[in-house]
Structures are given as structure tokens and as C-alpha cells.
Ligand binder design. Structure first.
Ligand SMILES: Nc1nc2c(c(=O)[nH]1)N[C@H]1C(S)=C(S)[C@@H](COP(=O)(O)OP(=O)(O)OC[C@H]3O[C@@H](n4cnc5c(N)ncnc54)[C@H](O)[C@@H]3O)O[C@H]1N2
Ligand code: MOO
Length: 394
């Protein structure tokens, strides 16, 4: 059995980023940029009016007073007009401000009299209501850094500088295998000795919150040959396989055996922690295998504490939980030599360790917003003591 920190270190040593892929920008929402993006052109590409009104030379206006009118420029006008001195041109939002003009007055702040523009905007200054060329971004400047998350705004920004595709770190292809003869699908009647299968749903939901679709979910009975067959198939098609159940010492626990039989190299098995003690982490080539202990709270705790660490590396993005120090509302006791991860409720000031911490219960986990980490050597935490919490990414 190894410590929590040794397990995390081994995960870091055995994971590496997935190969970047070029994809269409329209499909890139939620992905992570694998390259710096340099703006290919100035945006705006021309001085652009930000108002409906009139464009003119500010210095010219100050010199001559009222301005004569000279045509109009609507957004999208492609021919470049030159504005004669002493003139103002009718202009609309988004339209190019022509050479010879440097300022736009809003139409609400001027009036036309005898074909002349009378500007009634005492606060107006040179350059007002004009978006200068390159003022969003100039050609050659860093538009978005490698590692940035492609949010809707980031996608719009990159489209706005003319990009059609981007290099991203792909989402890992993840297959879930749940094991157990006792598992019954929710919605079906529950016979004696059966439990409703929930691990694949909680894991799928946890991955969905990271924008990672699950490639496939398999349900396998407690039979070595059956598990080997499915695991072999999953390994051929996945970057990561998450198994749940069958990783302890029972006669029907076949996860470790099946993994070894499939050529998976065991990196570690068992961490000095509760819940989730018998977790397995292994590797076959570049493919990662987590054998998560079947108890539903063990599955999720191990997912948050360890699988997130691996996904962060595969995708070159931080999806790990935010850590904070805060004071504990209620005291907790535990034996030495084992790290505990307790379901907690953090209100921004202090954290309450919830009831129902057993690993077969999700009742308290369903209400928790963090895990409280009580280190190996601590046996007693008094109310008011500082503890480390890991905020759940929910
Ligand atoms: N003699 C020992 N027994 C056990 C030990 C031990 O050290 N010595 N460790 C215990 C600990 S700690 C854990 S954690 C569990 C892990 O067991 P497995 O990974 O082999 O999991 P299973 O036995 O298959 O299942 C455990 C539990 O979870 C329920 N389960 C399983 N899969 C699902 C699912 N998909 N959805 C909902 N519930 C599921 C299953 O019915 C069991 O109740 O081992 C202890 N035993
Ligand atoms: O390590 Mo287990 O998850 O406590 O029941």
C-alpha cells in the first residue's frame, strides 16, 4: 500500500499529453488550445465607425465650423471613398471611416440645416466613435495562448480574426466497465440480492461536467474470461479505461487478474486511504487503466482525487479540484496511518464534515460540495482546526 502523495506522483510520472489534433473551430467548444494563436491580420481591418452618425475630420471641423454633406457609407461598402476637406459623410455602425475623416458624431448629437452638419456635442474629441485599425488585436500579436480553454467567447474571438480551424488537445477516449453479478439497471425491478447500477451514471456525469463524452459503457458479470474479453476490446479503442468493482480480495474480484492478463502493467494497487483503498492504476502502452473500488462513494472519491489528475495531464488543462484551507465546524476522529477523504459542506467560511461517510453511501456525497482531506498522521481534528478541502468541480 502506498500513500496518497506517492500515488499522485506515480500518476504524474506515467501520464503524458495526448497528441494535438486539428479540428474545425465550429467543433472546438470546450476543447483546449494546443498552439499559441497569432493574429494573422489587424482587427478591425480598417477604422470602423461604432455609431450611426456622420464622419469628418475633427481638425477640419474646428477650422471651418459647419460641414457640408458628402454621400454615405453603409456597413459592408467595399469601394474606398476619400472624404474631401470641409465635408462630413453620413455613416453607419460598422462601416469604414474613410481617409479624410477621423471622428464620428452620433446622429442624436447633431442636426442638418441647409445641407450642412451642425454638431451639438460639446464633449466630442478627435477619434471619438471610431474603432482604430488593430484595436481589437493587431497582426502578429498573441491572440490566445496555448492551454486556453475554448469558451464560446474564445471561439467567437478566433472566428473574428478569420480562423476556421485550430489545433487542440483532444478529449481522452474513455471507456467505462462496471463489474458485478448483482447489478441491475435502474428502471428494472430489483430482485433479492441485486443493487441498482449507479457507478456508470455518476462517472458519466462527472466526465460530462468536464465536457468529456464517454466512448462506451460495458456491464460485465464477475467472470474472468468475460472481463478479459471486454477489457481487451476497450483497451484497443480507448485512451483510458475506468473499471469499477472487483478490485478487492474476494473470490469473484477479477479486475486485477483481468488487467494483468490483458498486458496491463500494474503501477500501483492500494492506497493508504479511505474510501477507495484497493484502487488499481495501470498502463498498457499509452493507455491508462483505473480499477476503481466498486463502492459508489469510493468510485467518485477516486475519480476526483486521481482520475482528474490523469485527465489534467492528458488534456494539458487543469481540471483538478481547487484546494483551500478552512476551519472545521465539527470535530473528527480517525486512526493513524490512513488518509481520510470526508464528504464536506463548505459555505465559504468553514466546512462541515457530513454524516454518512461510509463508502457504500452516496447520500451525503449527493449534498457535499467538497472533500475534506485528513492526512495519515492525524487522529483527531478539533472543531475550529484548519483542514484542507478540495472543492468538487460541480
Ligand atoms: N476482506 C476484505 N474485504 C474487503 C476489503 C478488504 O481489504 N478486505 N476492502 C473493502 C473495501 S475498502 C472496498 S472499497 C471494497 C472494494 O471492493 P471491490 O472493488 O471489489 O468492489 P465490489 O466488491 O465489486 O463492490 C463493492 C460494493 O459496491 C457495490 N457496487 C459495485 N459496483 C457497483 C455499481 N456499478 N453501482 C452501484 N453499486 C456498485 C457492490 O454491490 C458492493 O456493495 O471491498 C471491501 N472488501
Ligand atoms: O476503501 Mo473502501 O472504499 O473504504 O469501502
Amino acid at each position: 500500500m502506498i500513500s496518497v502523495s506517492a500515488a499522485l506522483q506515480l500518476i504524474r510520472e506515467h501520464c503524458s499529453p495526448l497528441q494535438p489534433q486539428k479540428i474545425a473551430l465550429k467543433d472546438a467548444a470546450g476543447k483546449v488550445l494546443a498552439d499559441d494563436i497569432i493574429a494573422p491580420i489587424d482587427i478591425p481591418a480598417y477604422p470602423q465607425s461604432s455609431m450611426d452618425g456622420y464622419a469628418f475630420s475633427f481638425a477640419g471641423w474646428k477650422a471651418v465650423g459647419d460641414l457640408g454633406l458628402f454621400g454615405e457609407i453603409a456597413a459592408g461598402r467595399g469601394d474606398k471613398m476619400e472624404l474631401p476637406a470641409g465635408k462630413a459623410v453620413r455613416i453607419f455602425t460598422g462601416a469604414p471611416v474613410p481617409p479624410g475623416a477621423d471622428t464620428v458624431v452620433m446622429q442624436e448629437k447633431c442636426r442638418i440645416s441647409d445641407d450642412e452638419l451642425l454638431i451639438e456635442d460639446p464633449a466630442l474629441q478627435t477619434g471619438d466613435n471610431v474603432r482604430p485599425t488593430g484595436s481589437e488585436i493587431s497582426a502578429g500579436a498573441l491572440a490566445l495562448e496555448k492551454g486556453s480553454l475554448l469558451t464560446p467567447a474564445a471561439i467567437g474571438f478566433l472566428a473574428g480574426i478569420g480562423l476556421t480551424d485550430v489545433n487542440i488537445y483532444p478529449s481522452p477516449e474513455i471507456t467505462i466497465i462496471v463489474t458485478g453479478n448483482e447489478l441491475q439497471a435502474p428502471g428494472e425491478p430489483l430482485s433479492y440480492g441485486q443493487v441498482y447500477e449507479s457507478n456508470s451514471l455518476s462517472l458519466t456525469a462527472a466526465l460530462a461536467s468536464l465536457n468529456i463524452p464517454v466512448k462506451m459503457v460495458y456491464r460485465v458479470e464477475d467472470r474472468l474470461e468475460a472481463l478479459v474479453k471486454i477489457l481487451e476490446h476497450a483497451l484497443e479503442n480507448s485512451d483510458m479505461v475506468l473499471l469499477t468493482g472487483g478490485i478487492s480480495v474476494g473470490d469473484y474480484d477479477f479486475t486485477l487478474k483481468a488487467a494483468l492478463q490483458c498486458g496491463v502493467e500494474q503501477v500501483f494497487h492500494k492506497i493508504r486511504q479511505k474510501p477507495g483503498k484497493p484502487i488499481l492504476f495501470g498502463k498498457k502502452g499509452q493507455q491508462l487503466v483505473f480499477g476503481l473500488p466498486g463502492n459508489p462513494a469510493s468510485v467518485l472519491t477516486c475519480f476526483y482525487e486521481y482520475v482528474l489528475e490523469a485527465i489534467s495531464i492528458l488534456q494539458s488543462r487543469q481540471v483538478k479540484m481547487e484546494k483551500r484551507e478552512t476551519s472545521l465546524v465539527n470535530g473528527v476522529k480517525k486512526p493513524a496511518g490512513i488518509t481520510h477523504f470526508l464528504k464536506g459542506l463548505y459555505d465559504g467560511v468553514s466546512v462541515l464534515s457530513l454524516d454518512a461517510q461510509e463508502s457504500y453511501k452516496l447520500n451525503s456525497f449527493a449534498k457535499a460540495n467538497c472533500l475534506i482531506k485528513i492526512p495519515e498522521d492525524i487522529t483527531l481534528c478539533q472543531p475550529g482546526e484548519l483542514v484542507e478541502i478540495h472543492l468538487l468541480p460541480i
